[in-house]
Design a protein around this ligand. Sequence first.
Ligand code: PLP
Length: 372
Amino acid sequence: MSEWGDGTRCVRAGLPEAKPGDPFLPGPVFAAPYHLDPFQGPGASPNGYGRPDNPTRRLLEAAVGELEGGECRVFATGQAAITGLLLTLLRPGDTVVLPTDGYFPVRAFATDVLEAIGVRVLFVPTVGPYPSFEGVRLVLVETPANPGLDVVDVAALAERAHAAGALLAVDNTTATPLGQRPLDLGADLVVASGTKALTGHSDLLLGYLVSRSTELIAAVTTWRTTTGSVPGAFDAWLAHRSLATLDLRLARQSANAAAVVDLLAGRPDVTGLRWPGRPDDPAYPVASTQMRRIPGVLSFDLGSAERVGRFIEAARLVAAATSFGGLHTTADRREQWGDDTAPGFVRLSCGAEDTADLVADIAAALDAAGPV
Ligand SMILES: Cc1ncc(COP(=O)(O)O)c(C=O)c1O
């Protein structure tokens, strides 16, 4: 599998062995209970009850696990995977390091729940400086961080964390497993929202966790079974079906981002442009060595909330929406969700439209938005 290119790996990921008469990707298995063997009970089959066991979910887990290079467990949402990781590993008295500039509900969870149960939380910007990891149980980074798109050197951080006896987890939502494989870079765990580019059609919620440690996977599986945060069979099947085109979608999204960045870099009415694939971006030196591909997400500042509104209203191909990584280009003014960003800060997620159409539409919408 590893000798194949990204497109081949995505198309083949998690597919069962070919059998005459069977579909390529079996349809969703809708079941709460399954028939049990009257004598052996659940011991006779891997399917006993839908919360711990579902064959559609297992195929998706095989697929994501192949792409990330580890054993995968999927969750109902990305947030369920991340909070599941934190609550599986952390006990009162433990210390966890979290990003100041990552997905904000993770920070809210840390202050509302983790600190309340006696976990010490250290917030550190993605670019550092990182404190000593002595006495730290878990370091969780998001790279590229959402929405500011800073990156951190995962291999260097893994070395530091391991030297101090800490575990390193990487949120791989923005990069996707085609953009980088944190486990290959030395991380112990990957968590992510599969809601974004991984599945990419803006029609489902999904989370996942991947590790090469059997003990960690066993602990997380127990957590998931006892708390019950599993995706349904239909969402798991849709996700697996969508995964097959990840390589194609990312290629177009990334090319669109590069072209939009070229346009925005030349406009005096756009400031604070960030995209880790741009050679003069502060994230470029690390991103260009650690990442295999740069995602279609960029950010910039249009000076005021009103101007962002006028820009989105004028655009025909840019939808106002949160989330990112989908087929349709979307823009999100992050301050409205509580991110610590300027009022005119926009996260733009490039979709799979034709590059020329998208660039022309964004240029016209910026013109129509007028001055700040
Ligand atoms: C980096 C990152 N991690 C985790 C999440 C949470 O994912 P979900 O919305 O699937 O719960 C998000 C959602 O935007 C995210 O951007």
